[in-house]
Ligand binder design. Sequence first.
Ligand code: MF3
Ligand code: CO
Ligand code: CO
Length: 293
Amino acid sequence: MSLTRDKITQGTVAPRRDVPTSITRPEYVGRATAAEWQGGDVHDSETIERIRISAKIAAGALAEVGRNVRPGITTDELDRIGHEYVLDHGAYPSTLGYPGAAGRPPFPKALCTSVNEVICHGIPDSTVIEDGDIVKVDITAYKNNVHGDNCGSFIAGEGSPEARQLVEVTHEAMMRGIKAARIGREVNVIGRVIEKYATRFGYESVRNYTGHGVGPAFHTGLIIPHYDAAPMHDDVIEAGMVFTVEPMLCMGSEASHEWDDGWTVVTDDGSWVAQFEHTILITEDGAEVLTLP
Ligand code: MF3
Ligand code: CO
Ligand code: CO
């Protein structure tokens, strides 16, 4: 299965799905870049209550899409399921129309589907999922002017022992990173814990793509590394902060490149990758996971 599976290639991307005008769009939709967030990462309780709602919708959408990961389904069909779930809950799927790098097209779909050696930002298309594939689904919901962001890895069918271990270890790495997120520590402690755990299994943790502050902006500017970045990324964790922890662990080298679609990121060596992501809130008692269904 993982030994014979063909490399993932670009499929056909279906036309953009509609969003009713009754659903409020984030400010960046239809613009070349997202506005820079100036409001910091510590939020008042009223804002946090709104983020809870978006995070819960994102988590419900992720669970619904994940239930549908199976051999034979296309990644476009997974997009349809996630798109409809988010709209049905009165929210906007934050990735739809999210601006790309300079001169690149916006992201065209309601979620990212990143299969096997695709690290992240895979675009849902006509690609058919095969038995044993690792499908990362990353979906974000925007409602009441705030975003909630999460990602999970789902195996189609039973999966190889190697794929199952990678997925389990990546989930545990995320949870260890989340537990390390405590008031007064620098955010780089999160990456240190994640990378240490990954190394035990011979996995590499991706460096180029990171966690981030989230809430009133999709990406606030705060960066959460998933590797030991000290003395860099020394932002001190405070009560009321909201950010994501979203490690991507590779069976082989984490060295990566981007396809010419401007989005899809793959490992250079073709090694397979798993990812999990939660949006968390920092409290006096530690981190609270907000992206629970
Ligand atoms: N949800 C992703 C994250 O965790 C961002 C995806 S941006 C997209 O930050 F444009 F690629 F969809
Ligand atoms: Co995400
Ligand atoms: Co994220």
